[in-house]
Design a protein around this ligand. Structure first.
Ligand SMILES: [Zn+2]
Length: 80
């Protein structure tokens, strides 16, 4: 192997942002990092749907709806 042309290979800790699982991987990346989904919680491995995401989507929509209502109410108040 030629010297000084290869990135440093090392072990880092990966944390799953969805279920919190931690595992070690060998990589050329410099630091620990997060992954949005892992083999412990991915639907392809668990056979279950990600409830968390479904709830999040509905909650996001409800928040948007609420904000729109407030904006509308605010505009009415300004005019009247
Ligand atoms: Zn996970």
């Amino acid at each position: 192997m030629r010297k000084d042309i290869h990135p440093k290979y090392q072990y880092v800790i990966v944390t799953c942002a969805n279920c919190g699982a931690k595992f070690k991987i060998g990589t050329t990346l410099a630091s620990d990092f997060q992954t949005p989904v892992c083999s412990k919680c991915h639907p392809a491995y668990t056979g279950k749907e990600l409830e968390l995401r479904k709830v999040d989507r509905v909650a996001k929509f409800m928040a948007k709806l609420e904000k729109a209502k407030q904006l509308k109410a605010g505009q009415k108040n300004k005019k009247g």
